[in-house]
Ligand binder design. Structure first.
Ligand code: BT5
Length: 311
């Protein structure tokens, strides 16, 4: 069904094509063609239906059909205008055995950060969760979080926003006063056995076309940094970059290094084992931060990182 709809879109994008010709080409009935055209119009596609046949005039700025159309990555898109949390929905889909699905929403009513922190997710954002079943050990899972940060940072830079990554998973924008504001947060959840991941959900929260006043202190948005973006295109770019990286995990850390703002900085990292202060000198696969402290080199796998001003 979805497939035929995409083929209808592809055909009328180069249109105009008559209904009977479309039915012939796609090997479906004329009534089926008409139903797809109506469904696409309802999803916000503007389709001309003049004497020469159907022709795509414009694509909506957001939504499931819109993001799936022309997406150069093999993900199904499950779109919701509003939902509690895209990560929660992706976990349900994982329990149903699905994979390579992106749950996407305009608004979340119960968005979650790490450690059950709240994530503000008003309408106008790009709130998405990617459900994957990679054949990797659980220890490699952090690489997917880093890949999401790289993908989002690249998309933000393409949109003209001066974004960079703070270890491990925040995409930040400098505020001009030496501080940084958070544009994106990433929450990765997974299930698996000792040697093999069953599923991973990578949740990416992008403050897109929203006012910073509707977020939290120290947050920014694409709207604040450079103006509203076409969310369809932005989402597609994030998913395409992410797909390239998850297909070549070894490329993730070098790409992350190039876009990181943490390396070379003095940092304080709150870890489950206590606080670590020193200079962040490197990141190693799958996402380990290497910190030079007064007591020697320390490797950190997880924690909250704060950039400190130079001593
Ligand atoms: C994160 O947690 O940064 C991960 C956020 C992941 C959100 C996505 S949205 C799609 C998917 N579905 C979900 O339910 N979640 C994911 P953490 O590093 O713990 O940061 C959380 C902290 O960021 C909060 O305690 C606030 O201080 C701050 N914060 C909350 N909302 C924010 C926003 N919209 N923009 C910037 N900062 C925010």
């Amino acid at each position: 069904m979805q497939d035929t709809r995409h083929r209808v879109l592809d055909a009328i994008a180069d249109g105009p094509v008559s209904g009977p010709a479309l039915a012939d080409r796609l090997d479906v009935s004329r009534a089926a063609v008409w139903k797809h055209i109506e469904a696409l119009r309802e999803a916000g596609f503007s389709i001309d239906g003049g004497g020469d046949g159907y022709e795509l005039v414009s694509t909506p700025d957001f939504g499931g059909e819109a993001v799936a159309f022309g997406l150069d990555a093999p993900f199904d898109v499950a779109y919701h205008d509003t939902i509690q949390s895209t990560n929660d929905r992706a976990r349900e889909l994982a329990a149903e055995g699905r994979e390579d699905v992106v749950v996407l929403a305009d608004e979340q009513t119960g968005g979650r950060g790490r450690l059950d922190r709240e994530w503000a997710a008003p309408a106008g954002g790009i709130w998405l969760s990617i459900l994957l079943r990679p054949t990797v050990p659980p220890a490699d899972a952090p690489a997917f979080t880093l890949a999401a940060a790289v993908a989002t940072t690249r998309a933000a830079r393409e949109a003209g926003v001066d974004a960079a990554i703070k270890w491990p998973n925040d995409v930040l924008v400098p505020d001009g006063d030496g501080d940084q504001r958070k544009l994106t947060g990433i929450l990765t959840e997974m299930e698996g056995e000792a040697d093999r991941v069953a599923w991973i959900v990578v949740g990416i929260g992008i403050n897109a076309n929203v006012d910073a006043a509707d977020l939290v202190a120290d947050a920014t948005s694409l709207r604040e940094e450079g103006g509203d973006v076409n969310r369809r295109v932005f989402t597609q770019r994030v998913l395409e970059e992410f797909h390239d990286l998850r297909s070549e995990l070894d490329a993730v850390v070098p790409a992350w290094r190039d876009l990181a703002d943490t390396l070379g900085r003095r940092v304080r990292v709150d870890t489950p084992g206590g606080e670590i202060v020193g200079e962040a000198v490197d990141v190693e696969f799958p996402g380990t931060l290497v910190v030079e402290t007064d007591d020697g080199t320390v490797r950190v796998n997880a924690g909250d990182c704060e950039h400190l001003r130079p001593a």
